[in-house]
Design a protein around this ligand. Structure first.
Ligand SMILES: Nc1ncnc2c1ncn2[C@@H]1O[C@H](COP(=O)(O)OP(=O)(O)OP(=O)(O)O)[C@@H](O)[C@H]1O
Length: 258
């Protein structure tokens, strides 16, 4: 059984069909990218998978269990966790504190005031700090652990957003444009980081415009155009697919990395 199954998903906004009967499977341990020209429906598809939006039709299954329609935090608790284009870190906290807080939030959402004052919270604190520290080391952020987030360069801030998501112990991590706005060095580091996440046994789904990085990193690619899936396959197959080349013609800011 596939880890994640996207089945006949459709999302309409009024008269606009943003996602049109899209189906694909995600296998455990793979890195799968969703690409497509601007406005193709990639973000909408991502929001449907993480249950930030309710599908008009179709469903999403995690190991055969329907997760579409559940609240996003329930879906996150089941292991499908999404990062955001805009980083969602607390700028005045250090990198370590941000990941520790993410651990607390994961376990105690809803009871925060009571929880933070409890002896249990102090006991958890030590184990959360150890785990947060390990995640930061693993993602290559060990040396900036004690820096305030607001002092971190863009690439590190994005990586910290991913570290925060990792605190939720995802089985499937949805990365929203992880390479956006990065310089080549930052992209190299981010590519290694995403591979490292996969090597930890986490399945990675990403939406990305940066074609060279997508081609380097993906095991498989799903291509969306005008809400419809037009191709699916290895980077090599997708890059040479006439329907994909056609869809990208005229998209000035994007190339297929030829
Ligand atoms: N909340 C919404 N209400 C109405 N229309 C929406 C909404 N969200 C997205 N759309 C429309 O749905 C279509 C798909 O948008 P979406 O953001 O999913 O595309 P995308 O492929 O992620 O684009 P980009 O690459 O530019 O981020 C677009 O026409 C967009 O205007």
């Amino acid at each position: 059984m596939s880890l994640l199954r996207v089945q006949d998903l459709t999302k309409r906004f009024g008269g606009l069909v943003a996602v049109n009967d899209v189906s694909f499977d995600v296998e455990a341990g793979e890195i799968l990218s969703i690409i497509g020209p601007n406005g193709a429906g990639k973000s909408t598809l991502f929001k449907l998978i993480a249950s930030f939006l309710k599908p008009t039709a179709g469903r999403v299954l995690l190991e055969g269990e329907e997760i579409s329609g559940l609240k996003p935090h329930i879906v996150a608790r089941k292991g499908v966790v999404r990062t955001f284009q805009e980083t969602t870190v607390f700028k005045e906290m250090t990198a370590l504190e941000n990941v520790v807080v993410a651990h607390h939030l994961r376990l105690k959402a809803g009871l925060l005031g009571v929880y933070f004052a409890s002896p249990r919270a102090r006991a958890d604190e030590a184990s959360f700090r150890a785990s947060a520290s390990e995640i930061l080391d693993y993602l290559g952020l060990g040396h900036v652990k004690h820096e305030r987030a607001r002092n971190l360069p863009h690439g590190y801030l994005r990586a910290l957003g991913i570290a925060v998501a990792m605190a939720a112990e995802p089985r499937v991590l949805l990365l929203d444009e992880p390479f956006a706005g990065m310089n080549p060095e930052e992209k190299d580091r981010a590519v290694r980081m995403v591979r490292g996440i996969r090597d930890r046994g986490i399945t990675v789904l990403l939406v990305e415009h940066d074609m060279p990085s997508v081609m380097r990193i993906s095991d498989r690619i799903v291509v969306i155009s005008f809400g419809t899936k037009i191709a699916e396959g290895t980077p090599e197959a997708v890059r040479n697919d006439p329907a994909v080349i056609e869809a990208y013609l005229g998209a000035e800011d994007e190339t297929l990395g030829h």
